[in-house]
Ligand binder design. Structure first.
Ligand code: FES
Length: 170
């Protein structure tokens, strides 16, 4: 199935097409890697909904990316529980070792570093989302080990495949 067919199939499960925008955006992002304006407009056209509704959701939630991201998107939570358990130090460390500031992507396109609001996993703060997994109970040593592992495996698979190979909490 192409993207249009996948979105149509997903939208068929909803009585109101506006309710299908979130799953449609997930499908489009998986297809394109991120959600530039023309893709958002295509999603709106497929669902026959207002374009502004699609833009609103795509720009509100951090799981959607309207700009290209690196192979590995490191999304560090900097909300209260994580901040109290050292997230600020981890952010500074990540910025230093990656040579970028938050919101940036390394020149080799491997890592994008972002901060996000509470990931709903405060019990293992500080937490970072990587792909579909959470990395919890982080400290600088664990961050360094994780980066080493990701660098070592880069080039052998797609980013999604690689991210999926990292066990949660490592
Ligand atoms: S504050 Fe970081 S996961 Fe909740």
């Amino acid at each position: 199935m192409n993207m249009r067919e996948k979105i149509k199939a997903a939208a068929a499960r909803y009585p109101d097409q506006r309710s299908a925008i979130m799953p449609a955006l997930l499908i489009a992002q998986k297809e394109h890697g991120y959600l530039p304006g023309p893709v958002l407009e295509e999603v709106a056209d497929i669902l026959d909904v207002e374009r502004i509704w699609v833009y609103e959701l795509a720009t509100f939630y951090t799981l959607f990316h309207t700009e290209p991201v690196g192979v590995f998107h490191l999304q560090l939570c900097d909300n209260v529980s994580c901040m109290l358990r050292g997230a600020e130090d981890l952010l500074r460390h990540l910025e230093e070792v990656l040579g970028i500031t938050k919101g940036g992507t390394t020149p080799d396109g491997l890592f994008t570093l972002s901060t996000v609001e509470c990931l709903g996993a405060c019990e293992m703060a500080p937490v970072m989302q990587l792909g579909d997994d959470y990395q919890g109970d982080l400290d600088i040593a664990r961050i360094d080990a994780l980066l080493d592992r990701l660098r070592a495996t880069a080039g052998q698979a797609t980013g999604a495949d690689l991210a999926a190979t990292v066990p949660p909490g490592e």
